[in-house]
Write a protein that binds this ligand. Structure first.
Ligand code: BYC
Ligand code: FE
Ligand code: FE
Length: 472
């Protein structure tokens, strides 16, 4: 691959030096990004050396290099995956035509909206997580948090590059606004619901990286199919980084589950809290919350936006090119779950407007695989409890189920029932207060907070007791 230019102020593999106007626009944005990072990035650890990976190539093998970096010195850059020779648009009305190297005029607005929505989630998540460093359960976890944070920062760069390079003045304005909205702000909130929720503690953080970063995987994979080639190439490389974020979530929750099981076995009790652990019923409530707000991120079940994005060649399906159909879907149908009387049933809908639901279906299957791996941990301890994904209509705020009162096992319930049982189904203020009481920093190398098991291995072949962040 064309190597990455690390000499320029902005590391990149897009030959920035040959486009002076763009280079100046991005160099003008860079200090504003750094200012945002100082204000809204990880609170309290900016001067500490952290063992981070930095992208040094876009090869699938050996694309990253590990070393100690202070976060503000992280080399955020613009890295696109290698172009595919003679790449063609794989779906929609332009199927078979060469992929676009520039924005098709008539789809400019829609593309801009997709890129801005994607870009907005990246800094939002950094804002949501900024306070977590102060209560880290270990140096290992602290390092992983910061790794995720700097990479979400880089994902913002990835989208800002597209805005600045292809959308002229509008793009520059959008790039500014991406640094001005704030997660949870009343007047200038982030765009999508889940990114305005709080991430109050590390259990919420692990659930977020499992469920919400996984929405990222599915959205990025659909955008990686885009006929707009620079977007496709950007998303392909982002997906390489994304895998680690979901690893943090899956192993993080898995280690909390493991610790709960160890306590239950060791003390022959279900009262895990008495011994400083996180009990499985509470874990299930956190799971219910994060899963349901992440399901909302896929949009409405029936969406003309989704149909238009697809027909215009802007956003494909998950693994579009592996599917064996006409890739236009004009007369195809897709089974969508809807409320029929007081029961949920599948109904065939036109396939094009059902594309959000179809992507959500792919996501649900993937989430369930992770939950089953957690259940294996419980089973190995001989404990008869199973974690489950709640029904997809549970606690939804977007789409056909918004506003319905549905139990996790998929029954429509009355408002009174909902209120009576809410505390069994969603995290309560008491749950959060209890988890908050566990959030005491543990920063001695190799030591872990009592509510979470150590990981099976360290990062990049380093031992678990490696000094992942130098606090001394
Ligand atoms: N909250 O037809 P509809 C990630 C809006 S995560 C608030 O149902 P559409 C990451 C929608 O915008 C991946 N509003 O939906 C993870 C529209 O508004 P307008 C992020 C919502 O347009 C962790 C209206 O409702 N990437 O990378 O088909 C850490 C009706 O829309 C929500 C993307 O999302 C919501 N949940 O699809 C860091 C990819 N849902 O126009 C990073 C780009 C919908 O009426 N975005 N609305 O004002 C998209 O593809 C689409 O915009 C969506 C929505 C799938 C999000
Ligand atoms: Fe991201
Ligand atoms: Fe991520």
């Amino acid at each position: 691959m064309a190597g990455i230019d690390y000499i320029s102020k902005i590391p990149n593999n897009v030959d920035l030096t040959s486009n002076r106007r763009l280079q100046r626009a991005l160099e003008d944005w860079q200090p504003k990004f750094l200012e945002w990072w100082q204000d809204m990035g990880p609170d309290g650890f900016q001067a500490r050396e952290t063992y981070l990976r930095t992208a040094t190539s876009v090869d699938a093998q050996g694309w990253a290099q590990f070393g100690y970096v202070k976060m503000p010195d992280y080399r955020w850059g613009i890295f696109l995956a290698d172009p595919e020779p003679d790449r063609r648009i794989a779906f929609g009305d332009y199927k078979g035509q060469p992929a676009w190297q520039d924005i098709p005029g008539e789809h400019r607005g829609a593309l801009r909206r997709l890129i801005v929505t994607q870009g907005d989630t990246e800094p939002a998540s950094v804002e949501q997580q900024r306070h977590l460093g102060r209560t880290c359960p270990s140096l290992y976890d602290l390092r992983n948090l910061f790794q995720v944070n700097v990479e979400e920062g880089r994902h913002l760069w990835a989208m800002v590059y597209l805005l600045q390079a292809y959308f002229g003045r509008d793009g520059r304005e959008e790039a500014e606004q991406l640094l001005q909205r704030r997660s949870g702000d009343r007047d200038k909130p982030r765009i999508l619901g889940a990114f305005n929720e709080r991430t109050p503690d590390w259990l919420a953080y692990f659930m977020f990286t499992f469920f919400t970063d996984r929405d990222g995987k599915y959205q990025l994979a659909s955008l990686a199919e885009s006929g707009f080639d620079p977007l496709s190439r950007t998303c392909r490389f982002m997906l390489t980084e994304e895998a680690h974020h979901m690893f943090v979530g899956e192993t993080g929750v898995g280690r909390v589950v493991q610790r709960a099981c160890e306590i239950m076995r060791e003390h022959k009790t279900d009262d895990v809290r008495k011994h400083g652990g996180i009990d499985l019923p509470m874990l299930q409530r956190y799971l219910n919350f994060h899963y349901s707000v992440s399901l909302d991120l896929f949009g409405s079940e029936v969406s003309t936006n989704a149909a238009n994005f697809y027909t215009a060649g802007l956003k494909g399906r998950f693994e579009e090119t592996k599917k064996d159909d006409d890739h236009q879907l004009k007369s195809a149908t897709y089974p969508v779950i809807a409320l029929n009387g007081d029961a949920f049933a599948k109904r065939d809908e036109p396939a094009l407007p059902s594309l959000n639901e179809r992507l959500r279906d792919d996501y649900v299957v993937d989430c369930d695989r992770g939950v089953q791996r957690w259940n294996q941990v419980i089973k190995r301890h001989g404990i008869d409890v199973e974690l489950t994904l709640p029904h997809r209509a549970f606690h939804r705020a977007i789409g056909a189920f918004a506003g319905l009162r549905v139990s996790p096992d998929g029954r429509v319930v009355s408002q009174a029932d909902w209120e009576a049982r809410r505390a069994e189904w969603l995290p309560t203020p008491e749950d959060e207060a209890y988890v908050a009481s566990l959030m005491k920093p543990v920063v001695e190398p190799g030591k872990f907070a009592g509510w979470i098991a150590p990981p099976a291995r360290g990062i990049n072949g380093q031992p678990v007791d490696f000094e992942y962040v130098r606090l001394g």
